[in-house]
Design a protein around this ligand. Structure first.
Ligand code: ADP
Length: 275
């Protein structure tokens, strides 16, 4: 600070240089923090795997009641680690800018409907099973009648909607209603997904899009979460020049919003005349 004061008046460029250095230091610090987070996130499941394998090795394998339980935990945690590594690899591809965008024009109403039908099917077929332990939920749709055509990477956008829907289900009470709204506003389309779950504290609303940030770490882990889903969703939405954000009333539920740029097309096909 004093350095800037002494030179004020004749070197304004220096302020800029100092700014660059702090920016670089910030990036380095973030990088170090990220490596430390990844190591910690992987060490936790590996330590628990080691404990279960040790117990099995010490004789628990002979116990017909305990062994299958331990093996289940080992399988779940291994699968979660694989999910985490895959998530990290897709983030890394996006960071390096090598994740190719496969854009195509789609009717967004049909696209979202198709995804929601899949979630309806899951809960329906599951309820028919006698030993169903999966959570029940109902999906309510409030869509504009207007067909909204947008250019998106369907695989990637499906990953985003899947992610938010899975979270809505995961953090909802049994039998909760999930309301999905689709509307147009000026030059944007807005998709919102609201649940009746436990909500998100105000101070965490922005942070949940950061890598590995969870409001309740233990709970997320127990439900097989990696803490990377929303970070990936954010990268994907931003690659579409869109925005993603959340709003919540604690104890009542959360709403996740995605907005994407949209150009209304005139019916007479004026767009072609302009070319
Ligand atoms: P996770 O694998 O932990 O679900 P995400 O990146 O998908 O990771 O979400 C980050 C955190 O945001 C979650 O751990 C949870 O604390 C919070 N969160 C996300 N969606 C919801 C929701 N619908 N209701 C309440 N909390 C949520």
């Amino acid at each position: 600070f004093s350095l800037i004061q002494r030179v004020t008046g004749f070197v304004s460029g220096l302020v800029c240089v100092l700014h660059d250095i702090t920016e670089q230091q910030k990036n380095e610090r973030e990088q170090q923090q990220f490596v430390s987070n990844v190591s910690h996130e992987l060490r936790t499941p590996l330590t628990s795997l080691r404990a279960y394998v040790e117990a099995l090795n010490d004789g628990a394998w002979k116990d017909e009641n305990i062994a299958p339980q331990f093996l289940n935990v080992i399988q779940d945690e291994t699968e979660r680690m694989i999910r985490m590594i895959n998530d990290l690899l897709s983030l890394s591809r996006m960071d390096r800018g090598v994740a190719k965008m496969d854009l195509e024009w789609v009717n967004f109403n049909d696209f979202v409907n198709h995804i929601l039908n899949r979630f309806d099917m899951i809960v329906k077929t599951d309820a028919e099973k006698a030993d169903s332990k999966t959570k029940k939920y109902t999906i309510k749709r409030e869509f504009t009648n207007q067909a909204l055509w947008v250019e998106i990477d369907t695989d990637k956008m499906m990953q985003v909607i899947d992610n938010i829907m899975n979270n809505a289900i995961k953090y909802s009470p049994d039998g909760g209603v999930i309301t999905v709204r689709l509307l147009q506003s000026n030059n944007h389309i807005i998709l919102s997904i609201s649940d009746q779950g436990l909500g998100i504290p105000r101070k965490d609303l922005n942070k949940i899009f950061d890598r590995f940030y969870r409001v309740d770490k233990a709970r997320s882990r127990k439900q097989g979460g990696t803490g990377l889903g929303l970070a990936i969703s954010k990268e994907i939405v931003e690659a579409h020049k869109g925005k993603i954000w959340a709003d919540s009333a604690e104890g009542k539920g959360s709403t996740f919003y995605i907005s994407l740029p949209y150009e209304p097309m005139s019916e007479e096909g004026d767009n072609w005349d302009e070319v």
